[in-house]
Design a protein around this ligand. Structure first.
Ligand SMILES: CCCCCCCCCCCCC[C@@H](O)CC(=O)SCCNC(=O)CCNC(=O)[C@H](O)C(C)(C)COP(=O)(O)OP(=O)(O)OC[C@H]1O[C@@H](n2cnc3c(N)ncnc32)[C@H](O)[C@@H]1OP(=O)(O)O
Length: 359
């Protein structure tokens, strides 16, 4: 029986040659490559009905001996690997194209399109590798982000409650609301500020990429005011200064925590970022000033009550009032203000350069 030639369609990439042989229900496939010659034989249903079909092609350049092929009900797909990765001007050595051969326009790309495809594949590979290595590097990333998101959410809700409560009371009661701020707000403030200890632990555990020291200054500074100055002196609790301290603290936090929440889900809301890194400029000195006023007002109360005073040996018959360590603390406060002000300025500058990079 005579051997017929099937229709063959071809396309190439820098490293591969693709052939599509129009032969349905192909059986007894015999495909081999020797250096530059490809031989194909099979039985199947082609343009001239059921028959033996075959062809031989002398290729333009050598290919690797391994051939991969896959036959479907309608056709046979063959892939060859070029020995050298470069673009061929044509498929066959002879310039005149055989009649049975035509370009496969479903897969056809010209050289520059193929290069772009190659680049896209490489980029995809690189990004896949970098995602995989990130996951491999930190298998607990999701858990960490989940914890931070919940922490920030709880703080945001706590400080929002404080801020809204104080604002509503200010509108309804006016200046009278100043004097019982502590009794209405203190429990929630205790809760939020105790929880804020996590902000010192988080960088220690490497959960957030920030310094431990600025967070420690912030948390210790506020907790001294809340637990020692206000918490342990009843006489301080109905002073107007409590209102100012709590209001200034909560004003920054209703922006700071949502900013962190968004960063946990890799999202940025530019206006919120700007507010988070700007509003502290007036609030931080005002907050420190209000805290300093509270410390100064508490000194005579500590002197009178003798609370936390340090007794010296009996022979001296003296005790040191807690107002002395508080004087030292006043100095530390302004030192702390300076350190954190500088830290926040750096964070703000980093934000500006990040914005420039993005543009
Ligand atoms: C050690 C001895 C102590 C002695 C005590 C001495 C007393 C000192 C007293 C000092 C005076 C204090 C006065 C103060 O209490 C008054 C007030 O607060 S008034 C109100 C105004 N206050 C503020 O504006 C300050 C608010 N607080 C803060 O900003 C922070 O607490 C501070 C530590 C100062 C700065 O925060 P941080 O270092 O974390 O900077 P960033 O916000 O830029 O964050 C850096 C990156 O880490 C990521 N991050 C941080 N925290 C979280 C989180 N919880 N969840 C998720 N991600 C977080 C953040 O996204 C940044 O990442 P990236 O760089 O990728 O953007």
């Amino acid at each position: 029986m005579q051997t017929l030639t099937p229709h063959v369609y071809w396309a190439q990439r820098h490293g591969e040659i693709y052939l599509r042989v129009e032969l349905s229900d192909a059986k007894n496939l015999d495909i081999c490559v020797q250096d530059k010659t490809l031989q194909f034989k099979a039985r199947g249903h082609g343009a001239k009905g059921d028959n033996d079909y075959g062809f031989s092609l002398e290729l333009l350049e050598p290919v690797k001996p391994e051939v991969t092929h896959r036959s479907t009900q309608r056709l046979v797909n063959i892939s060859l690997r070029k020995r050298e990765e470069r673009w061929w001007d044509r498929l066959t050595l002879q310039e005149k194209k055989p009649l049975f051969l035509a370009p496969d326009f479903d897969r056809w790309l010209d050289e520059s399109d193929a290069e772009m495809e190659l680049h896209a594949q490489e980029e995809e590979k690189i990004s896949r590798v970098s995602i995989e290595s990130k996951i491999r590097k930190d298998p607990y990333l999701g858990l960490k982000k989940g914890y931070l998101f919940m922490y920030n959410l709880v703080q945001f809700l706590g400080f929002s409650w404080i801020f809204v409560n104080m604002t509503v009371r200010l509108f309804i009661l006016g200046q009278d609301s100043f004097y019982d701020t502590f009794h209405t707000i203190a429990d929630m403030m205790y809760f939020c500020q105790m929880l804020a200890v996590a902000e010192v632990i988080n960088p220690l555990l490497g959960l957030v990429k920030t310094g431990v020291f600025p967070a420690m200054i912030q948390v210790v500074g506020r907790n001294v005011i809340l637990f020692v100055v206000f918490g342990s002196l009843q006489d301080m609790q109905n002073k107007a200064v409590v209102f100012f301290v709590f209001y200034l603290w909560s004003t920054i936090e209703i922006f700071r925590y949502p900013f962190y929440m968004l960063s946990c889900i890799d999202t940025e809301w530019k206006l919120l970022t700007w507010v988070r890194y700007t509003i502290w400029i007036p609030l931080y000195p005002l907050g420190t000033l209000a805290e300093a006023v509270a410390v100064i007002q508490s000194m005579p109360v500590f002197d009178e009550t003798g609370l936390y005073s340090i007794s010296l040996p009996q022979a001296l018959g003296l005790s040191i009032s807690f107002s002395y360590p508080l004087k030292l603390y006043l100095v530390l406060m302004f030192l702390g203000l300076f350190i954190n002000f500088r830290h926040l300025f750096r964070q703000r500058r980093r934000l500006r350069s990040r914005k420039r990079k993005m543009n």
